[in-house]
Structure formats: C-alpha cells, structure tokens
Design a protein around this ligand. Structure first.
Ligand code: AMP
Length: 585
C-alpha cells in the first residue's frame, strides 16, 4: 500500500501567522520574556543587573545596544570552549560563520536548536503564502545549495556557515519534504568538498529529473545566475555524460562519483532533447523553462545587493515568475515574504514577532549628517532611541536591532530597512542596504543602493551594444589628492573605449547626493574612475571567500571594498584591463 505523503498544512500555518501578527506587541513581550528566562543564567545577562526582570522597559534600561565587535570577546570564549555559560542558558555547540563579505573576513556567531526552529518557521510561513499562489505538487527542486568547509574550533565546536548548519540539520530535509521542495541532488553533491564539482552535479541532476523539477532555487539569487552562466559553458559536456551514462572525469571525489553513478544511466534520447532545446535558444533567453518544463517559479533572496542579478535571471527565466526568499542573517531571521505576487524589486518582509525581539533605530537625515564621519561608536550616542516593533512608522527608515534565542542581545545588525506598511500589527519591511557600506570622501555619502542605481544607469549604455555588467564593486581611493571613487566592472564582452568613457561619465553624474555633486564641482572629490576587469575576476573573488570558509550559497559580492580588505582589493587591482576617468564635471 502506498504510504500517504505528509504535506505541510498551509492553511494552518497561515492561520497561526495571522493570529500572532494581530497581537504583535504582546507576542514580542512574551518572546522577550521567553528569551530572558531561557538565558537568564548566562554570564552576560547576569552581569547586567536584570535580576530576573523580563519586561521590555527593564531590558532596555539594563542591556546596552551592541555591535558584533562588542560581543566578540564573549563569542571568542565560546569558540575556544569556555566551560561556563557565556551568552546562553544552554551550552552552544555550533558556530556559524557569517559570509563576511562586508567586513572582508567571516564573523563568528552562535547557532543553536532554537535558531534552527526559527529558520524552519520562516521557511514554512513564506512557503504557505507562496503555495496559495503557486502550488507545487509532489516534485523535486533544483536547489543550488552547497556546504562550506566544516571545521572544529579550538574548543571543539562545529563551525560552518549558517546555511551549512541549516542544510546539515536533519530537520531541514524533513521540512523540505513536507514542503514538497526536496532537492533533486543527493547529499554527497550538496556536501561535496568542491563547489565547482557540486555545481556541475546539481546541473546534471536537474537535467536527469527535468520533468519533475517544480522549482529552481538557492539562498541568494547570485548562485542561481552563477549556476546558469556555468551551464552555458558546460552544457555539451553535460549532454555527453547523459548520452553515455558516464560522469566526466572532472568529478574526482569518490563519494560524489558513486552517488551520481546511481542516477546516471545512458540516455541518448534525453541528451538529444537537451541538445536540441539549447541549440534552439536565442542568446539563452528562456533557458530555465525550456530545460525544466514544469517549473512553477524561481526562488531565492533577490532584494538588496541581489537586485543586480535580476536582469540576467529574468532573461534565463523567460515567463517563469521570480519570487524573493525571506529576510534574515546568520544572526537570526527577521521576516518572511508573504506577498509572493508583487514584483521582486518591491518585495517586503513581514516580521515574525515570535522569532526574536526586535527594535529599530530611526534613521533621520539630519542626525546622520551631524554624526557623519565620527565613526560608529559615536553614532549611537547621538541617535534617537530605538523604538519597538509596533512603534515603527510607515515610510521611515531604520536600522534593525535583534535580540535572539541564540545569545545576541540588542545586537545591531547593520541593515537599513524601510517600513512599507503593516500586516495586521506587524511591520512589512523593505530591505534598503547595509548601513556601513558607504562611499564617502568628505561630505558626500552614497549607499550601496546609490551605487547600484548608478551602475544600473550606466549599464544601459553597454546594453545597447548587447553587453552586460556581470558584476561590480567599488572603492574609495584616498591615495590620490583629492580622493575619488573607483568603480570596478566585469563586462560580458568587448565594448568600445568611446562607450566605456561615456559609462564612466554617466556613473559620475548618477551619484546625485548633494555632498558629492558639490564636491565634484569644486574638485574636492576627484574624477570618478571606472576600472574594467578581466573576465573571471569576480570568480577569483568568490574563490577567495570560499577559501576563507564562506559558502557559495551565502556569497554576496562586496559592493564596496574598504582599504583593510587588502586581499580582495589586490585581486581587483591586479586584474584591471582598462581604466577611464570621468570628464563629467
Ligand atoms: P550573512 O552574512 O550571510 O548572514 O548575510 C546576512 C545579510 O544578508 C543581512 O544582514 C542582509 O544584509 C543580507 N540579506 C539577507 N536577507 C536579505 C534579503 N531578503 N534582502 C536583502 N538582503 C538580505
């Protein structure tokens, strides 16, 4: 007799979400109480004089707002195997490495079962809303997911990226099963020691199960685009493997080879079909639905620094909808995408009030300007007080502060979000940018978002020549007098000097911040410099981060490379093919 498949009861998940968000203020109060009760015995909290109090007022009065840097000594003690309870009521056994693409090196943050449970809750919530609009039936998912190097810390704790810790957890697989989103690749591929080999095998598995694939996903959109760019290079080799039923010798790890051998049988018909379909494409447009005829949507984080990849992803996707995944970080989750129908760029994230205690620092222009250039530490003393989850105002921007079940208390996440509305009484947030990623020479300040818009504008000029900006980054060069902005571009093909010069001018003109424009006019900031990189440079940057322990699934190209991020700066500077200076001012 066929066993009945257990499927997530989506209406029940939605009902619970609705009930909880109607009472967000109380749920937040209760969540804080729970966090403080569970962790009250931790040394960090013991020393702050809460004396068993768990209400928000006492919490805010006793517990300081902190950055990762402030908590680093505590986290380091945990990493080194401290015998006492440092940040949490139960010992921490696993450490997550955040991608570290913003700071240039991975940061350690605690990971525990409670964090895993909140991760699954976020996944279930957005899935429930998504499935109402785009139901998937019992099929498979082509998931470009990879494991980072997993290691043991000096103190014997497991350390890996947050996504690796999630993928390795037995609950993850079960959750994917009830969400009918099981990865089509075997575990040996997901956890393979070399991500290039894993990527090749993911593609191969996807093609073998092409009829069954219901969704294509990854944690961040970058990995999906990266995967299909790779497919452009290796598709003939993939077809060859399918035709012969023998895996290319480039896959060298025995565990991966034997897992793949179980799936790969000679199938000349399938190889011919894929060959025909790919040969019939025009410039790879609509590649995804052509290869996977039953795909319902493409899923991964698509907002913030991922927006750059959407153009390419849309090209591959043809008419298949793109849906952004949820909002969170290695430190903890924040909100779920419960409106999968809205255009990707307008995605908002509804905060789940029971997965952490959230506060928000209002970001008012005038305050920001006063404190500009005084450094992070002083910013807070001059800033307005953080407000609670239900006190935020529509249209205002805030920096997120998280108190989690995994030992972070009033922790500044460093992300800027804008409140777009409320779902019941919980806010719906739009991700704006990282707060500290700012191009600034003197009185100018341009965010990651400003940079992205400038690149988008200038990239239109090369789009006319059928070329695209594969990836980009930036740097403030203070070695010149005056200092100036440097923008790095990797381009898909040849573009004339004339057009690139125009792109450089366009970039310079596109930074419309008053401080920048006025400084440029009086030459207090030098002409913007566009450095065009050799093909494959950003792959080297990715390899560098993977070498440091990052996972491809969590990779985010650093959009602004600071002077202390020597290695990445060196990779970029060593691979410059052409340089242009703006004549726009
Ligand atoms: P990680 O260092 O890998 O933990 O990355 C966490 C960071 O990724 C967050 O602090 C955000 O800056 C970014 N991020 C996560 N989710 C989203 C999202 N849905 N949209 C935009 N950026 C995101």
């Amino acid at each position: 007799m066929l066993e009945k498949m257990e499927i997530l009861h989506v209406e029940k998940v939605i009902e619970e979400f609705e009930t909880m968000t109607k009472d967000a203020e109380n749920v937040q109060r209760e969540t804080l109480k729970k966090i403080l009760e569970e962790n009250g015995s931790a040394e960090y909290l013991q020393n702050l004089g809460l004396n068993g109090r768990t209400d928000p007022q006492s919490f805010k009065a006793c517990v300081p707002v902190v950055t990762h840097q402030d908590l680093e000594p505590y986290i380091q003690r945990i990493v080194d195997g401290a015998s006492s309870l440092v940040l949490t009521g139960k010992p921490i056994t696993t450490i997550s490495l955040s991608s570290g693409t913003t700071q240039g090196r991975p940061k350690f943050v605690p990971f525990n079962d409670e964090l895993m449970e909140t991760t699954l809750q976020i996944f279930r919530t957005s899935y429930a809303f998504r499935n109402r609009e785009f139901p998937v039936t019992n099929g498979k998912a082509l998931q470009f997911i990879y494991s980072s190097k997993q290691s043991r810390t000096k103190g014997g704790l497991f350390a890996g990226t947050a996504t690796t810790n999630v993928f390795r957890n037995s609950q993850f697989k079960k959750a994917m099963k009830v969400m009918q989103s099981q990865c089509c690749s075997p575990d040996e591929v997901i956890f393979g020691p070399d991500f290039r080999q894993s990527l090749y095998c993911h593609l191969l598995c996807g093609l073998i199960f092409r009829e069954e694939i219901q969704l294509v996903s990854s944690t961040f959109a970058h990995s999906i685009v990266h995967a299909f760019r790779t497919l452009e290079q290796v598709w003939e080799e993939l077809c060859f493997d399918i035709r012969e039923g023998i895996l290319t010798s480039r896959i060298t790890f025995p565990s991966v080879r034997s897992a793949m051998a179980k799936l790969l049988k000679p199938n000349p018909e399938l190889a011919d079909l894929i060959h025909r379909k790919i040969s019939g494409l025009s410039n790879w447009y609509g590649l995804i639905p052509e290869l996977f005829p039953n795909v319902k949507y493409i899923y991964g984080i698509m907002t913030g620094s991922m927006e750059h990849y959407l153009k390419k992803l849309r090209h591959y996707a043809g008419d298949v909808p793109l849906i952004s995944a949820d909002y969170g970080s290695s430190e903890g989750w924040i909100g779920a995408n419960i409106n999968p129908n809205v255009p990707t760029e307008s995605t908002t994230y509804a905060v789940l009030p029971n997965i952490g205690y959230f506060e928000f620092i209002p970001l008012k222009e005038n305050v920001e300007e006063q404190v500009h250039d005084r450094g992070d530490a002083n910013i807070l003393s001059m800033e307005p007080k953080p407000v609670s989850l239900t006190e935020v105002k529509i249209g205002e921007e805030y920096e997120v502060i998280v108190t989690s079940f995994a030992g972070l208390y009033r922790y500044r996440l460093g992300d800027v979000v804008k409140v777009m509305g409320f779902h019941n009484s919980t806010p719906e947030l739009k991700f704006i940018c990282r707060r500290n990623l700012m191009l600034t020479v003197n009185i100018d300040k341009n965010t990651e978002k400003d940079l992205q818009q400038a690149v988008e504008e200038a990239a239109k000029l090369i789009a006319e020549e059928k070329q695209e900006v594969i990836d980009f980054s930036s740097h403030v060069d203070m070695w010149t007098d005056p200092g100036h902005y440097v923008i790095f571009w990797e381009i898909s093909g040849e573009v004339s000097d004339e057009v690139l010069k125009e792109c450089c001018n366009c970039l310079d003109r596109s930074f419309v911040d008053a401080g920048y424009v006025s400084s440029r006019k009086v030459n207090a900031i030098g002409p913007l410099e566009l450095r065009v990189l050799r093909r494959g440079t950003f792959q080297k940057v990715l390899d560098h981060y993977v070498g440091l322990g990052a996972a491809v699934s969590q990779f985010k190209t650093p959009r602004c490379v600071g002077p202390t991020n020597y290695k990445v700066l060196q990779i970029l500077c060593d691979n410059v093919a052409k340089t242009y200076f703006s004549t726009a001012f």
